[in-house]
Design a protein. Structure first.
Length: 214
């Protein structure tokens, strides 16, 4: 218990860093994921191709490699940002590929006749997608999106290896101070449980309110 009580501020700072990474990267991944899902089902071939390449590349690229590409590659092109922002970009873009596929699977559950009826009324593709298809698709993709964001919270641990303040990175300081590595990791695990269970609780509420009844 001394590991926690004597280093509460350190754990708190790490936990806050993990929460911030999860929230910001989660919002970015949701926006990009929905946009790319729209591209994947768009009637324009170039948009479909772009969405397909986005998903194929990011889903099949190790997240650590993506971190290296973003944190070390972008500054070579003159884009210099704080490490935390680079981490948000890497996590958000990576997770967006999985959000995209979850949303696309939800879009495929909506009967084709719904879109055809909307188009027969003169609605554009954007109106059909935004007003008819996505609201119905969202109800069926709440659980997979929740699971993906929980994975995002755990994946944020990689950011600690790139000088970004987050929960897992606290073990380095604790180890240097001579604390038991086992108990250090126990309290780190508790911190991740708090984050992931909070996300799970939020999406359980969303599922009960808007999810598809099973």
């Amino acid at each position: 218990m001394d590991v926690l009580t004597e280093n509460f501020s350190l754990y708190g700072k790490g936990l806050l860093g993990t929460v911030e990474l999860t929230v910001y990267a989660g919002l970015l991944s949701l926006v990009l994921g929905f946009v790319m899902a729209s591209f994947r089902v768009a009637p324009v071939g170039s948009l479909r191709a772009f969405g397909t390449v986005w998903v194929a590349v990011l889903r099949n690229t190790p997240l650590t490699l993506l971190f290296f590409a973003v944190l070390l590659g972008l500054p070579r092109f003159g884009l210099v940002l704080p490490f935390q922002l680079f981490a948000v970009l890497a996590l958000g873009c990576y997770t967006s590929a999985f959000i995209c596929e979850a949303v696309r699977s939800g879009i495929n559950t909506v009967p084709v006749g719904q879109g055809e009826a909307a188009r027969s009324l003169g609605m554009t593709f954007g109106q059909t997608l935004g007003d008819v298809v996505l609201p119905q698709a969202f109800r069926s993709v709440i659980p997979p999106i929740g699971s993906t964001l929980i994975a995002l919270a755990k994946n944020s641990a990689i950011a600690g290896s790139f000088s970004v303040t987050e929960l897992l990175g606290t073990y380095k300081t604790l180890n240097e101070l001579g604390y038991s590595i086992i108990w250090s990791f126990v309290w780190i695990a508790v911190g991740y449980l708090i984050v992931t269970l909070s996300i799970s609780a939020i999406f359980n509420v969303l599922e009960k309110r808007w999810g598809v009844a099973r």
